[in-house]
Design a protein around this ligand. Structure first.
Ligand code: DOR
Length: 428
């Protein structure tokens, strides 16, 4: 059989077997044809890509991305966000429904699917839990799921009504997909702009207390336990949430969770600078919380890393801290932060990182990925672990620039992204 492409000379990471070592990957017809786990393989010509010193991983999956189409295409489109994903080493992304209008019916899910046909990476839409994300009426989940919605979420705000969340879980269970919960009781966070604590008191800013998140995490755990439905906790930010999730998992409650790179790499102390790119929801928390989410990622209480890529225009972010919108972009910095803060600091191994960024999100959303087996789609991320780079937002493929990481020095970067056997991004 003809080999379309051979990745030679690198090391592969295979979370299924725990193998991290030399291998040659043969790709044919958009699929993985063969993986030879040894230093040198016999290669009969063809398109050989030499990857000495590089690490070959199952393609990374970001299960929490905001594309601003429809509605705010100046901030991000399905195509520009997908290009940013490819540049960040992601081969698949799931996009949240808080667009204008929200993705709350089958037509909207089909719209994303159609636009995504031209995208360089795979785009999986998440449907809204309630109509217009207003919290009043459940959406037609069955119809959206039949059109390809991989999960349901009212992300951007929490589902405030307990009965609504219970029914949402019952329906999503029938659809076989999880509800992704943005845990926030809005009566507890009203007009807060940053974490409630010492720094918010010092700066005289209205705080968002940890309890606003933790109370809803507790509700989701109890409702998942009652209904048997799968609930996924988005952007976990507090030590208390990590504890609740860890305990729930011990009791076999079907709960999973994610943490963002900004929540494991920054604290609320940085807000002394009043940089509105640090304004995010949930807010940056304390050192104790950062330590807890990192520990949770290491011991499995937290399943995966997701960027919560949330583009906003320069004009919006130039408003005063109180008035600027919540959110920062993360697709093009997520992997560099994971390698720099978690691998290089010896918190996670490569095998664990590939689990947290590829296998786990694939499992949670029940989509292909996370594995380098024969016959699987050739979705692959190639990393240069030694590449040192400085974050420069002007280099981003994203249409937005709202990153607090500009100027950060990172070590480790995706240098090639392959989707269905096609190179969609390459620095090689
Ligand atoms: O900071 C955030 N921005 N948190 C969210 O939950 C929503 C997101 C957005 O859509 O901008």
């Amino acid at each position: 059989m003809k080999n379309d492409m051979v990745l030679a000379g690198g090391k592969i990471v295979d979370p299924a077997t725990g193998y991290f070592g030399p291998a040659t990957v043969f790709i044919s017809d958009g699929k993985i044809e063969k993986v030879e786990k040894r230093k040198k393989s016999k290669i009969a010509g063809g398109n050989v890509i030499k990857l000495d010193g590089k690490i070959i991983c199952p393609g990374f999956i970001d299960m929490h991305v905001h594309l601003r189409e429809p509605g705010d295409e100046d901030e991000e489109t399905i195509i520009s966000g997908s290009e940013a994903a490819a540049a960040g080493g992601f081969t698949s992304i799931a996009c949240m429904p808080n667009t204008k209008p929200p993705l709350d019916d089958a037509g909207a899910i089909e719209y994303v699917n159609n636009r995504a046909l031209l995208a360089p990476v795979k785009v999986y839409p998440v449907g809204a839990v309630t109509v217009g994300q207003k919290g009043d009426t459940l959406t037609e989940m069955m119809e959206m799921s039949a059109c390809g919605a991989v999960a349901f979420s009212d992300d951007g705000s929490g589902v405030q009504n307990n009965d609504m969340m219970r029914r949402a879980l019952e329906y999503s269970k029938t659809c076989g997909v999880p509800v992704i919960s943005h845990c926030e009781y809005s009566d507890l966070t009203a007009s807060g702009v940053m974490h409630e604590g010492f720094i918010s008191s010092k700066l005289g800013m209205k705080g968002i207390p940890a309890i606003a998140e933790e109370l809803m995490v507790m509700r989701e755990i109890m409702l998942a336990s009652l209904t048997g439905a799968r609930v996924h906790i988005a952007h976990v930010s507090t030590a208390g949430s990590v504890d609740l999730i860890r305990k729930a998992k011990k009791s076999k409650v079907p709960v999973t969770a994610e943490v963002t790179p900004h929540h494991f790499s920054m604290t609320d102390e940085l807000i002394n600078s009043f940089d509105t790119n640090l304004k995010v929801n949930p807010p940056l928390r304390t050192k104790n919380d950062v330590d807890a989410v990192i520990k949770g990622l290491a011991d499995g209480a937290i399943d995966c890393v997701a960027s919560d890529h949330a583009p906003h225009s320069i004009e919006d972010k130039e408003l005063e801290f109180d008035y600027a919108p919540f959110g920062l972009i993360g697709l093009e910095t997520a992997l560099g932060l994971v390698i720099t803060k978690l691998i290089n600091e010896k918190i996670l191994t490569w095998v664990e990182v590939v689990d947290r960024m590829s296998a786990a999100p694939a499992r949670i959303l029940d989509i292909p990925g996370g594995i380098l087996n024969e016959g699987e789609p050739a979705d692959i991320t190639v990393i240069d672990p030694e590449l040192e780079w400085i974050v420069n937002p002007n280099d981003f493929k994203s249409l937005s620039r709202n990153t607090p990481f500009a100027g950060w020095q990172l070590k480790g970067k995706a240098v090639m992204t392959i989707v269905d056997g096609n190179i969609v991004y390459s620095l090689i």
